[in-house]
Design a protein around this ligand. Structure first.
Ligand code: DSN
Length: 430
């Protein structure tokens, strides 16, 4: 007979098969904070362009026993025992990612988008190599060479932006810069660019200057998967992404590449940058890739675009200026200065009315990042909850009312009540 005390006295243990009930009994403080976040998500309109809601299936996979497992290495070549199911889940995620995007190689281990970018750079660049990427204040991302980010400290980044007149990319200008800079890599992709990106001209520029072409498709991965945005995969040597934005999956990162870069990519992720993969997240990615492979995902992605189009039309009809005059994708950048306010005031006032957005610099903005001229709005999350064009028009009308009178507390309270009432018909998956 063992002298060990029974397990139940060593580890908080509950008979309930319901994980939420187990958490409630074991740690009511954490349970309570999570419940309040659940309530916030239910009662607020979520228009942050990079956010979404995962399905209950993805949530269940992320909260699974795979969180207990170490599996450094790759399927079939691990540094730990007991990896037979870890191998299965990771291989499934890899196979589904390759199928979804028609990619020759996929690495599903990056913990998030920035590490995915970092590993992709490490796979093909040496410190000090020149990279041509998009300006942060024109919609690029901090991992695309911001001077305070490791990318900017490690490589010599040069930047292209959008044209002042059109507020869109101009491939002739990018070509001229590429000929001048002679970068080892041309990096495309953005966090705040409302227009399509064309890969054929970019491939031609990369070939002309003998550069690697890399696309960070984090924001638009779901639209790419649904074939509703030009496809970077055939044209780019490397494609990185997050898995939780328009793709609607578990929070995490992804790298796709040509077959000849497979080994370099895998070695850069592990052991180059990361240790053990987060298998519970990889399980969640596998489920999400499976969801995105279903025909209904195309309808979802089309609804993201249709809803954003409706919101853009309504914003313009109410006198607001949109960067580039509109949108082709899931987001708009709205200049709120015609209403005599900045993005900071707009974000706060909308927040009080139950509408969550983020303030955003606009291209060539003369205001400061903490109170820029704009806000960024995105449709993926509310489209997931089932809202359609009519609801997007209604949400826009509420936003316009608030932006016209941001100090009116009574108006904010009234609209917050109307928001909450509307959202009872559109539950958050949980
Ligand atoms: N922070 C994300 C966004 O909001 O666009 C990008 O990583």
């Amino acid at each position: 007979m063992s002298n060990q005390p029974p397990l139940k006295t060593l580890l908080p243990w509950h008979e309930s098969p319901d994980p939420r009930e187990a958490l409630r009994q074991s740690d009511p403080t954490v349970f309570d904070i999570i419940e309040r976040e659940r309530r916030r998500q239910q009662d607020h309109i979520e228009l942050i362009a990079s956010e979404n809601y995962v399905s209950e299936a993805v949530l269940a996979a992320m909260g699974s026993v795979f969180t207990n497992k170490y599996a450094e290495g790759l399927p079939g070549a691990r540094y730990y025992g007991g990896c037979e199911f870890a191998d299965q889940i990771e291989q499934l995620a890899i196979d589904r990612a390759k199928q979804l995007f028609g990619a020759e190689h996929a690495n599903v281990q990056p913990h998030a988008g920035s590490p995915a970018n970092e590993a992709a750079y490490m796979a093909v660049l040496k410190p000090g190599d020149r990279v041509l990427g998009m300006k942060l204040d024109h919609g690029g991302h901090l991992s695309h060479g911001a001077r305070f980010n490791v990318s900017g400290k490690t490589y010599e980044f040069h930047a292209y932006g959008v044209e002042r007149e059109t507020e869109m990319l101009n491939y002739d200008t990018i070509r001229e810069l590429a000929l001048e800079v002679r970068p080892r890599m041309i990096l495309v992709g953005a966090s705040a660019y409302p227009r399509k990106i064309e890969f054929e001209p970019l491939r031609a520029i990369a070939d002309e200057v003998d550069a690697i072409l890399m696309m960070d498709m984090a924001h638009i991965a779901g639209l790419v998967a649904a074939k509703l945005h030009p496809d970077p995969v055939p044209y780019c040597d490397l494609v990185t992404s997050t898995t939780h934005k328009t793709l609607r999956g578990a929070r995490g990162g992804l790298i796709l590449s040509k077959a000849e870069l497979a080994r370099k990519v895998d070695k850069a992720v592990f052991p180059g940058l990361q240790g053990g993969p987060l298998l519970h997240q990889i399980a969640g990615k596998a489920v999400a890739f499976g969801e995105a492979l279903r025909p209904e995902f195309t309808a979802y992605a089309q609804a993201i675009i249709d809803n954003m189009q409706a919101m853009a039309d309504e914003l313009k009809a109410n006198g607001l200026r949109l960067v580039s005059g509109g949108t082709d994708n899931h987001l708009v950048l709205v200049d709120v200065t015609p209403f005599g306010i900045g993005g900071g005031v707009a974000e706060d006032a909308l927040g009080r009315a139950g509408i969550t957005v983020n303030k955003n610099l606009l291209p060539y903005d003369e205001r400061k990042p903490n109170d820029p001229s704009g806000i960024r709005l995105g449709s993926p999350a509310m489209t997931t909850r089932g809202l359609g064009v009519e609801e997007f028009r209604q949400m826009t009308r509420w936003m316009v009312e608030i932006l016209r009178a941001p100090e009116d507390q009574e108006l904010g309270r009234r609209i917050a009540g109307e928001v909450k009432a509307m959202l009872t018909d559109f539950p958050v998956p949980a």
